[in-house]
Design a protein around this ligand. Structure first.
Ligand code: SAH
Length: 276
């Protein structure tokens, strides 16, 4: 039986000491992918913000209560996975957005995170996580290892860290990779590994993945993701449709086929190649 990730204690802000070196600097087959282990590296510092009193965010917001209301709305809108609802109820989304947007952090809306990118709506994050877990996989316990394409501000990586054993999250924009690292550092999640690189190439070093989840939409699912997916695993990716527009696509890999399911229309930022 697989073990549940440490939950939810690790998401509480802690001022305990930690040591270790920044794990950055690994390159993978000349692909310029740099990893930072959020939990083990770069810490030894106090959290950017003081530890939260249980029910107050320091922004004049009762964050736990507002989050609980968001979770009730997610459940009412059809999110049925208790694990997913619990994860979204635990991760403090307001810590991933700019101070000026904190009051909107628990509304079901995407918000700007800089460099023209957005943090996905809570509903979309929940939906994608639920699809990733899938009925059979959810029964088997947390997924072994998941790759997220498009770290952005790091919010979904934090949610995934509660649902999966190991999260590799890759971002092509250096500014956002750095921002995510700063946002996630105080949470001290040893099972989240941030990568700077082109996610269209996947991250071969961490493969095979039980799941791959894309936060940016491309014209097609890159072959590298399919190659790096474990048999029995699934890819959840917003993908451009032949008639225009994007839809959420689920690809399931079995020993003898790749089964594609096209779901509802979505609006994600574009998947781009290269780093910047
Ligand atoms: N999951 C994120 C959402 C970020 S928006 C969050 O919780 O905040 C999608 C992100 O995908 C953007 O930051 C964008 O820069 C990134 N992206 C687009 N193409 C990419 C690629 N090829 N590799 C890695 N990241 C990519």
């Amino acid at each position: 039986m697989s073990q549940r990730p440490p939950f939810p204690a690790r998401l509480d802000f802690s001022t305990g000491s930690a040591s270790g070196k920044n794990g950055a600097g690994k390159s993978v087959a000349g692909k310029k992918t740099v990893t930072t282990a959020v939990g083990q590296g770069v810490i030894g510092q106090k959290p950017r913000q003081p530890a939260l009193p249980a029910m107050s965010s320091g922004h004049g917001m009762d964050s736990a209560a507002v989050r609980a209301r968001m979770v009730r709305n997610l459940a009412a809108s059809g999110i049925g996975s208790a694990a997913v609802l619990q994860a979204l109820g635990t991760v403090e989304r307001h810590r991933f957005v700019d101070t000026a947007l904190v009051n909107q952090a628990y509304e079901d809306t995407s918000l700007p995170i800089g460099l023209g990118q957005t943090i996905s709506k809570p509903n979309v994050v929940a939906r994608m996580c639920e699809l990733l877990l899938g009925a059979e996989l959810a029964r088997a316990g947390p997924l072994a290892r998941v790759l997220e394409i498009g770290t952005g501000c790091g919010y979904q990586a934090a949610v995934l860290s509660l649902l999966t054993r190991e999260v590799y999250s890759i971002e092509r924009l250096r500014g956002l990779h750095d921002k995510a690292r700063d946002n996630l550092r105080p949470f001290r999640l040893p099972n989240v590994h941030l990568l700077f690189g082109d996610g269209m190439l996947g991250y071969a070093k961490g493969a095979p993945y039980a799941g791959i989840i894309a936060a940016a939409g491309g014209e097609a699912v890159p072959q590298a993701w399919i190659d790096q997916l474990a048999t029995g695993g699934r890819i959840i990716a917003p993908t451009q449709m032949p008639g225009g527009g994007q839809a959420l696509v689920v690809l399931q890999k079995t020993t003898h086929e790749l089964k594609q399911t096209v779901l509802e229309a979505v609006h994600f930022v574009p998947l781009k190649s290269g780093i910047a």
